[in-house]
Structure formats: structure tokens, C-alpha cells
Write a protein that binds this ligand. Structure first.
Ligand code: DX5
Ligand code: ZN
Length: 216
């Protein structure tokens, strides 16, 4: 489970993180530059502050036009991984830089981007993130067609014995978590369903249980 702090109270970020820490496996950090997506959020200084506030894995999702200029700053800030968008073009030079700086390597694709676009990189990444909303904002409706791509990737990862983890991001809630898990997700990101709940830890647990309790 990866709570997305995009829907947390940014003025009380450490407290918000501590509210979910017991139920979170990683913390999803949505970085937006106002260009790649219309929204503008946070960057390396906030990651550095989060690093001091928690030991959780910081899973940084870079929705920015030019991630290359930020990678060193994210590494120094204590990001555990950075995930970049395949829509920007050949990601390999950035993979090398992420590895050299000790970060995990993530690649992501928008709902309309075909799975074929990420297939050349499957053996080189740690995380493949499926966007199940159009990136930019929390609280949007889940796009169920993305599950077909996810299932196809699951099959490929299993057949080839790859070590990439499949993550899905956008519109995840109790009522679609099971479908995402059955399609093959290893990691569920949820923002509004967690941080807009009265009890974010309980909401995280409920999504996890809906997805994986007594499943194979
Ligand atoms: C959207 C972000 C998501 C967002 C998900 O661009 O990448 O991580 O926080 O929020 P919900 O779970 O509310 O759709
Ligand atoms: Zn995200």
C-alpha cells in the first residue's frame, strides 16, 4: 500500500505521514511541475523534510517535463526511487543516473499510452507504474480499461521471471482494489481514499484487505 500524500494536508505533512505509517509500505510522492501536468506540487526540499520525518520508502512520481535536472536533488534529498514518464522519450540515460545515485528505477505510462511503449525497458526497471487516471490531480475517477494493460504486464513479468513490481495509481478505492490486485498489481497507490477518510490508517487497511485478504 502506497498512500499518496497529494491528498494530505501539506501544512501538517509529518503528522499526516505518521497517521498512515503503521499501514503504509511506501509513501507515494507526486511531483508536478505545472508543465507536464497543469498542477504544481512539491519537489526535493519537501522530500528532504519527509526523509527526516519517516523511514518509509519514498516513491517519487515525477510528473515533470525535465526529470533529468531534478534527479540528483531527489537522490540527495533521500528519495528511494524516482519514477519517470515514458511519454517523455528514451528513459535509459536517466535510468543510468538513478542507478548511479543509488535510487530505484521506476517507469510509468499514462492511461492512453500502449504497453508496447514500456516493453523495451522491462528488464531494466524496479517499478512499472500504471496511471489509472490522467495525471495531474487527486480524486479523479478510476479508468478500468487500464487493468487490461496491467494484466498483460503481469503475465509477461511472471513468464520472464522479471523482478519489476507493478504499481497502479489513480482512483483506487475499496471497491476497485480487488480488481486491481486480480489484474496483477503489487502496489496500490491511493490518495483521496486514504487522506480524505476520517481515519487514514483504517482506510489504508481496508483497501489492502479488499485487495488481498484471502486471495491467492
Ligand atoms: C495523480 C497522482 C496520484 C494521485 C492519486 O496524478 O499521480 O498519485 O495522488 O490520487 P487519488 O487516489 O485520489 O486518485
Ligand atoms: Zn502518482
Amino acid at each position: 500500500m502506497a498512500p499518496s500524500i497529494l491528498s494530505a494536508d501539506f501544512a501538517n505533512l509529518a503528522a499526516e505521514v505518521h497517521r498512515v505509517a503503521g499501514e503504509a509500505d511506501l509513501l507515494h510522492v507526486d511531483v508536478m511541475d505545472g508543465h507536464f501536468v497543469p498542477n504544481l506540487t512539491i519537489g526535493p526540499p519537501v522530500v528532504a523534510s519527509l526523509r527526516k520525518a519517516t523511514d518509509l520508502y519514498l516513491d517519487c512520481h515525477l510528473m515533470v517535463d525535465n526529470p533529468g535536472v531534478l534527479l540528483d536533488d531527489f537522490a540527495r534529498a533521500g528519495a528511494n526511487s524516482c519514477t519517470i514518464h515514458v511519454e517523455l522519450g528514451d528513459p535509459r540515460p536517466l535510468f543510468d543516473r538513478m542507478r548511479k545515485s543509488g535510487m530505484g528505477v521506476g517507469l510509468t505510462l499514462n492511461p492512453a499510452t500502449p504497453l508496447a511503449d514500456v516493453l523495451p525497458y522491462m528488464a531494466e526497471i524496479d517499478i512499472l507504474l500504471f496511471m489509472s487516471v490522467h495525471p495531474g490531480f487527486g480524486g479523479q475517477a478510476f479508468i478500468p480499461e487500464v487493468l487490461d494493460k496491467l494484466a498483460e504486464a503481469r503475465k509477461l513479468v511472471d513468464e520472464q521471471g522479471l523482478s519489476v513490481e507493478l504499481e497502479i495509481d489513480g482512483g483506487i478505492k475499496v471497491d476497485n482494489a480487488r480488481a486491481a490486485a486480480l489484474a496483477g498489481a503489487d502496489i496500490l497507490v491511493a490518495g483521496s481514499a486514504i487522506f480524505h477518510a476520517a481515519d487514514p490508517a483504517a482506510a489504508t487497511r481496508q483497501i489492502r484487505e479488499a485487495a488481498w485478504a484471502s486471495s491467492s
